[in-house]
Design a protein around this ligand. Structure first.
Ligand code: FMN
Length: 351
């Protein structure tokens, strides 16, 4: 049975990609930076910290992008903000995403990001949160592509590492033309564009319309990564066929499932890791988070991750609910270790 599970996990999607090799396994370049494959971990606010990114790289993402970091916080030397710029030893290539609307402040942030060891500095042009947009940052830059381009230019002039843009289609579906905006950003010096083709006003409603992404791909001669509703190799293939993009970005599908990143990069069906593998991965992740933020913060922070990792993986629901109630990090870890002992070395519940 175990052999069967393993065999299924390695099953290629047939036909993988016409007669040729699976295109997402190929390296590509962003400026001078070589990216070993074409699957990137999407920027995820409140989630894409160093341990999460390291895990994604270990599991096969070719590029990892940080959670968004405030350019103003960097300028003011905010301790927590500066901590978000820390790059791990095994992470590169890594992109750090910053948000802000002022070209000079963003240029200063780009220099700090470069000094922190990032390979790419990314600009958030998609955040739909009103508090952020009100400051002229995030998706607000799409309503004013001239200022967006000025931000790109200021940053590209300030650093040697490539500057990239992560954009939505606009603030509203009928707003500025995303293909035209992308062209302006590339002309201003963006070496990579990532596009999530929903409008900011639509947040996550409906499905991502990658015919919009295709127009962005056609408009620029820098690589474009497409983001939105890509959950496995099959949906990646469909979106690539529709757009001709350089690669894909994976967000929500990677929550609790870092295994999917490598599977998509190899053109394999979504893997089904055994409960023991899932628990080992999750226990190690919890430990890294506790080191990063201390056990008090980690206890609360990790609650959403318990469900993401463990639900639907053969772990009893009652145990998952109990983890969400555990009042301390140590208690939750003791419960996870006890579960791990129960599933045994083979991954199947001990008789
Ligand atoms: C919880 C969450 C946080 C996000 N944070 C960011 C962010 O900080 N910067 C950004 O550019 N996009 C952010 N996004 C958008 C994702 O990067 C991605 O474009 C979007 O989720 C669509 O991809 P998916 O369907 O693979 O999740 C976030 C999305 C989610 C769900």
């Amino acid at each position: 049975m175990r052999a069967l599970v393993a065999a299924r996990a390695r099953e290629p999607i047939a036909p993988a990609w016409g007669d040729g090799p699976w295109p997402l396994a190929e390296p590509f370049r962003v400026g001078d930076v070589e990216i070993p494959n074409r699957v990137a971990l999407a920027p995820l606010a409140g989630i894409g910290n160093r341990p999460f990114r390291e895990q994604a790289r270990r599991h096969g993402a070719g590029l990892v992008v940080s959670e968004m970091v405030a350019a103003h916080g960097i300028r003011h030397g905010n301790v927590r903000t500066r901590g978000m710029l820390e790059v791990g030893a095994g992470e590169n290539p890594v992109s750090i995403q910053v948000f802000g609307g002022d070209p000079a402040v963003m240029a200063e942030a780009a220099r700090v990001v470069e000094d922190a060891g990032a390979d790419i500095v990314d600009i958030n042009m998609g955040c739909p949160v009103p508090k952020i947009m009100k400051t002229g940052a995030g998706a607000a830059l799409l309503a004013d592509p001239a200022r967006g381009a000025a931000v790109v230019r200021a940053m590209a002039d300030a650093v040697r590492i490539p500057v990239s843009v992560k954009m939505r289609r606009g603030i509203r579906p009928d707003g500025t033309d995303p293909a035209e905006s992308a062209r302006r950003f590339a002309d201003a010096g963006a070496a990579l564009i990532a596009v999530h083709p929903r409008a900011a006003a639509d947040e996550y409603a409906g499905t991502a319309d990658h015919s919009i992404s295709a127009r962005v791909v056609a408009a620029v001669d820098v690589p474009v990564l497409i983001s939105g509703d890509i959950t496995d190799a099959a949906s990646a293939r469909e979106a690539l066929e529709m757009t001709g993009a350089a690669g894909v970005m994976i967000g929500r599908a990677a929550l609790g499932n870092p295994w999917t990143l490598g599977a998509i990069a190899r053109g394999e069906a979504d893997p089904r890791p055994l409960p023991a593998e899932v628990l080992d991965e999750h226990i190690a992740f919890c430990g890294d988070i506790a080191v990063l933020m201390g056990t008090d913060r980690a206890c609360h922070y990790l609650r959403k991750f318990h469900s993401w990792y463990l639900a639907g993986r053969g772990i009893p629901d009652a145990e998952i609910h109990a983890l969400l109630e555990d009042a301390s990090y140590d208690r939750a870890m003791a419960r996870l270790r006890a579960l791990r002992a129960q599933v045994g070395a083979s991954g199947w519940a001990a008789a």
